[in-house]
Design a protein around this ligand. Structure first.
Ligand code: DOR
Ligand code: ZN
Length: 348
């Protein structure tokens, strides 16, 4: 049968978002409905201030998220803990019992709210052993933090210096390299065994680093790891649309108040949850690979995490619409990526 590579509509199994920042407090009322409208489940990042480091904090955070899900929508937050140098292996057992699914490794200082992150991976080895035994996943922000390493090289250096040794020491630990941004990362993940996966954001599929500097500094395109040059974007597109089940969807949607992004020291993070599937559809459609979107968005992440696939569906229609320029965000405004722009696909 000949595949229609430019369909007018596309119905797929309801997707999940394997990496998102939902924040807390008044922010939840804005962002949770956006994610719940598209995704059945999402892996919720623990980089609150202070970070979520215990099973009991994760459970109360989960309850606050669930309270922000609009009536009539069903959405399951999948909770994570923030790995620290001194997290006790006992906490891993409590986390497992409470239904926490993963721990997030932020190298200290790598990104937003990462000051409490890991200073030396070897300090966490007892905890990682407990995770490997309990079957909890390790999610990594894969960038070294040394100021001598060029910002654009930090992911590739992390693979060589940290990830390759870590995978040797913990061959049975499932690791997700989050929000990969380089050709090196996509080749490394594709070359490894079944215990390594990677999430890819919509912005890293749609844009290269020129987007941050077109006609002036454009802070809403700034996230970490930062957008890279075009060769890397093309490698990520190849990986995402390849049908390789170790690449799956993770938006890394990361809301910040607009005035803190449009600032002398602007915060890192792109907000994409309001139109996540529409943005991924734009990327897949641009190379005539809409037929590969369902595996990437709805199957491969669940399979990697060992969770059941969803059974209901969503439909995307090829119909232009203009995205909102901003959303209320507590007392501030939230400006999404591609705000006020016309998109070709819309979820109906
Ligand atoms: O751009 C980013 N924003 N990258 C991260 O790793 C963290 C995130 C955030 O929390 O704002
Ligand atoms: Zn993130």
């Amino acid at each position: 049968m000949i595949q229609n590579t430019h369909p007018a509509s596309y119905t797929l199994t309801r997707p999940d978002d394997w990496h998102i920042h939902l924040r807390d407090g008044t922010a939840l009322a804005t962002v949770v409905p956006h994610t719940a409208a598209q995704f059945a489940r999402a892996i919720v990042m623990p980089n609150l201030r202070p970070p979520v480091t215990t099973a009991s904090e994760a459970m109360s955070y989960k309850a606050r998220i669930k309270a922000a899900v609009p009536a009539g929508m069903s959405f399951e937050p999948l909770m994570t803990l923030y790995l620290t140098d001194n997290m006790s292996p006992d906490e891993i057992l409590r986390a497992k019992d409470a239904g926490v699914v993963a721990l997030k490794l932020y190298p200290a200082g790598a990104t937003t709210n990462s000051d409490a992150g890991v200073t030396d991976i070897r300090k966490t080895y007892k905890t990682l052993e407990a995770m490997q035994r309990a079957g909890l996943l390790l999610l990594v922000h894969g960038e070294v933090t040394s100021p001598e390493i060029d910002l654009f090289d930090r992911e590739a250096v992390f693979i060589d210096q940290q990830l390759i040794p870590l995978r040797k020491d913990f061959p049975e630990l499932k690791i997700v390299m989050e929000h990969i941004t380089t050709r090196e990362a996509s080749l490394y993940v594709a070359s490894e065994t079944s215990h390594l996966g990677a999430t890819i954001t919509a912005q890293h599929l749609l844009y290269n680093r020129n987007a941050i500097f077109t006609g002036g500094v454009r802070p809403h395109y700034y996230c970490l790891p930062v957008l890279k040059r075009e060769t890397h974007r093309l490698a990520l597109m190849d990986a995402a649309t390849s049908g390789n089940p170790r690449f799956f969807l993770g938006t890394d949607s990361a809301p910040h108040a607009a005035h803190l992004k449009e600032h002398a020291v602007g915060c890192a993070g792109c907000y994409t949850a309001h139109a996540a599937m529409e943005l991924y559809a734009a990327a897949f459609d641009s190379v005539g690979k809409m037929d590969k979107l369902e595996g990437f968005a709805s199957f491969f992440g669940a399979d990697f995490y060992g969770l059941p696939r969803n059974t209901d569906t969503i439909t995307l229609k090829r119909e232009t619409w203009t995205t909102p320029e901003s959303f209320p965000f507590g007392d501030a405004l939230l400006k999404p990526l591609a705000g006020g722009e016309t998109l070709a696909w819309q979820m109906i």
